[in-house]
Design a protein around this ligand. Structure first.
Ligand code: ACM
Length: 767
């Protein structure tokens, strides 16, 4: 007994000293690094030893099995021979068989024992996924050609697991599209949404309408820099390209071999300027029209003439012949109605068909197209605007303006693909690093993507069945190269793969990141331009009233964080973050993470301002949008300034089209002279500073009187606006009521024109 006790003690000491010595990336090392995480992994004893005699055995010689076998062969360190199954008594063999007992049509079982590796599935798709999992085990989890014994039972959570690619704003050659599809297949995605037509370019050859590509596939010039730049800059260079039908067929075949169905998108009635440049007679007003060189939306859209329907039906006929999938995407988003409002033809049509307005006219438009697509044995899917004015009978909805469209559609028993901007738009920024390549806006870091649950809890079980899955979207206004696409999509798509495949109760972000690390290395080695923000530092602040407690962390604990509080640049020699520290005066915190001696993430730079309201209480009379409310009710007076580079951090509060009204309780009467308010200004992202600010004071929180006001002019340049509001006189008060009045409606012709903009605030500094 005694001896055993001592032995145990020594063992404990060894283990804990490992902890101290910090063996980065070894702690909590996952057993297997498979992504997306399988439903069930049971570790077995022993391992399978690969050698040059290992064979790959399959039950038919058809192409499907053969390509799956080739996939496995590629992952093996030896040239394995193929063999046709004739007995079940194998050793040293990797065996692929179909098995009807596996329930899910994409499900599989993968069993590694000393003797064999068995892959079983109901369909080839399932076998393909089993092979992908096996390839990952071989790459990441086998040592000296020994594959650990294991039984994996796996199937996807959702039937629709998609990635999208906009080839309209920028054109990407077939070889890149194939690489994109290849990468998707590694992570068990099964839908490729190919966004083929845009205001800025028509990208698919249509034999009946050659001008669509001759004219519509090329623009004279492309916008450089930001949409909101003044003056806007252009490159004055002809730009374009398109896919021939032969290339399309080749890509369709390529994706089928990888069990990916393409969802082709032909946009209507909006985003159709390139088509109108080619066939101006399809617009409500007389052309000529150019293929757009500027981002944003064209007011000129298809006019619902009979000849337009004929044109679209002919286009769709060719598209349907090229793409065998169930769904044809007909767009439907962002179609300004101004031309239809001004058109006698449209107004007469509205009367003649007994429609209420232009939204119902769009609904009439989509329903006609739906009937046509249905008559060809296919179904339509469209962006959530197709709900407005009534949904076509069998249409599926792609919910992008948040989840509400998807929820409404599911309640109406229509199929839904979730792709809300907050979680699924990979054109958003992914890091607070101000040196990130130019992007459209937003902030959707890896963890945010990972946290997504595509089935809203407000749906009943019956309604939830209509959620087919989710999709990541890659819009390319600001993404001119394939390299940049990869940077934006990877690793966020890998996080999404786990959202759409894995069981939600199995999801664990830290565990995901640990599994992700070798994938990132492998992708990089294979020439994929993955973004690495795993070392990005997040700062968590707690204002305790008199001081602010600071916590710094990275995605996993394997990195060292070094920081300064003087505003100086941190180095490997700076103080190491070990535990939370306190701040009680104006401070500039900077921090960098290191792995060994290598700098990992960007330089965190956060400013803390101690002021009269810092750490006090605030009541928000109008609540921010749930998404931009991470800092909670006191975020505007916690002393921590919101990030200068991203409005979607944990400090900025975002109000969706509303005013801001809040009451600060200073705890006791005190003299106030001046207030500063910080606003985010990003017109491209529909974020505008307020048009005016009003400050009211009160001692009883009931009777308020005006103490100061400020009217803002239009600001174009600066991202952050710090607005000083000097009170009429130094005023003693306990309560401060602060109102910031929303800018109002965004003028037509700008991004978000006709909508009310967002209002983003942080911080309110009281002096
Ligand atoms: C979209 O992002 N306009 C669907």
């Amino acid at each position: 007994m005694k001896i055993r006790y001592r032995f145990t003690l020594i063992f404990i000491i060894i283990i804990s000293s490992f902890g101290f010595a910090k063996t980065p990336l070894k702690r909590n090392k996952p057993f297997l690094h498979i992504i997306p995480k399988p439903v069930s992994i049971i570790k077995l004893k022993g391992s399978f030893k690969l050698n040059k005699d290992t064979r790959i055995v399959f039950d038919t010689l058809d192409f499907g099995k053969r390509s799956i076998a080739e996939l496995i062969q590629k992952a093996l360190p030896f040239e394995a021979k193929f063999e046709l199954l004739d007995t079940f008594e194998y050793t040293n063999a990797i065996i692929l068989t179909l098995d009807d007992n596996i329930e899910n049509k994409e499900g599989y079982q993968l069993k590694v024992t000393k003797k064999t590796i068995e892959l079983k599935a109901k369909t080839d798709a399932g076998l393909f996924y089993a092979a992908q999992s096996l390839a990952q085990i071989i790459y990441f989890d086998s040592k000296k050609n020994k594959i650990p014994s294991v039984q994996i039972d796996d199937y996807p959570r959702y039937e629709y697991r998609g990635l999208h690619l906009d080839v309209g704003r920028h054109f990407f050659p077939p070889a890149f599209v194939k690489k994109y599809i290849d990468l998707m297949s590694l992570y068990k995605f099964n839908r490729f949404h190919w966004h083929l037509t845009e205001d800025q370019g028509w990208r698919i050859e249509i034999k009946k309408y050659p001008k669509l590509t001759k004219i519509g596939a090329f623009r004279d010039s492309t916008m450089m820099g930001r949409y909101s730049d003044k003056p806007r800059k252009f490159d004055h260079t002809k730009y374009g390209g398109f896919y021939t039908q032969e290339e399309v067929k080749d890509i369709v075949k390529y994706s089928q071999d990888r069990h990916i169905t393409i969802v082709p998108e032909i946009e209507m009635p909006g985003h159709s300027r390139a088509a109108l440049a080619a066939y101006p007679e399809l617009a409500c007003t007389k052309g000529p029209f150019s293929v757009m060189s500027i981002w944003g939306i064209s007011n000129d859209i298809y006019c619902p003439y009979e000849k337009t329907f004929k044109f679209l039906e002919n286009v769709l006929t060719e598209v349907i012949e090229l793409f065998p999938g169930e769904y044809i995407h007909i767009g439907g988003d962002e179609a300004p109605k101004s031309r239809w409002k001004e058109s006698d033809f449209c107004q007469n049509l509205i009367k003649e068909k007994g429609l209420k307005d232009e939204h119902q006219l769009q609904s009439y438009f989509i329903q006609r197209i739906e009937k046509f697509v249905n008559s060809k044995g296919r179904k339509i899917i469209g962006w959530d605007e197709i709900l407005e004015g009534g949904l076509a009978q069998n249409a599926a909805v792609m919910s992008w303006r948040g989840e509400s469209g998807g929820i409404e559609a599911a309640k109406q028993h229509h199929k839904v693909v979730m792709t809300p901007g907050n979680y699924c738009y990979f054109d958003h920024y992914q890091s607070l690093d101000k040196n990130e390549p130019l992007a459209i806006g937003g902030f959707t870091p890896l963890e945010e993507v990972y946290s997504y649950n595509p089935t809203p809890t407000v749906l009943s079980d019956d309604e939830a069945k209509y959620i087919m899955g989710a999709q990541g979207n890659m819009w390319t206004e600001y993404i001119p190269t394939g390299e940049l696409i990869e940077y934006m999509v990877y690793p966020r798509a890998i996080a999404l793969s786990e959202v759409v495949w894995s069981q939600p109760e199995k999801k664990d972000y830290k565990d995901f990141v640990r599994r992700l690390l070798p994938h990132m290395e492998k992708l990089k080695k294979d020439g994929v331009n993955v973004a690495n923000h795993l070392g990005d530092i997040t700062a968590k602040f707690t204002n305790t009233g008199n001081s602010i407690s600071v916590h710094l962390q990275t995605s996993i604990d394997d990195f060292d964080i070094r920081y300064t509080t003087s505003g100086a640049k941190p180095t490997i020699k700076s103080k190491k973050f070990k535990k939370d520290f306190e701040i009680d005066s104006d401070t500039n915190i900077k921090a960098i993470s290191f792995y060994k001696d290598k700098k990992m993430g960007y330089e965190l730079n956060r400013k803390i301002k101690m002021h009269k309201a810092a750490g006090k209480k605030m009541k928000l009379l109008i609540k921010p949008s749930k998404k931009y409310y991470k800092g909670g009710e006191n975020a505007l007076i916690n002393g921590i300034l919101g990030s200068n580079s991203r409005y979607a951090d944990d400090q900025w509060l975002g109000f969706n089209g509303t005013d801001f009204i809040g009451i600060i309780d200073l705890g006791k009467r005190m003299p106030i002279r001046k207030i500063f308010m910080r606003f985010y200004n990003s017109k491209g992202a529909w974020i505008y500073p307020p048009k005016e600010i009003e400050i009211l004071v009160s001692d009883d929180n009931v009777n308020f009187k005006v103490a100061g006001a400020f009217k803002l002019k239009e600001y174009d340049k600066s991202n952050i606006l710090s607005v000083p509001i000097r009170l009429l006189r130094t005023t003693y008060t306990r309560y401060l009521k602060i109102k910031a009045i929303n800018y109002g409606t965004i003028p037509k012709g700008r991004q978000g024109g006709g909508h009310k903009p967002w209002l983003f605030i942080d911080e309110i500094i009281v002096k």
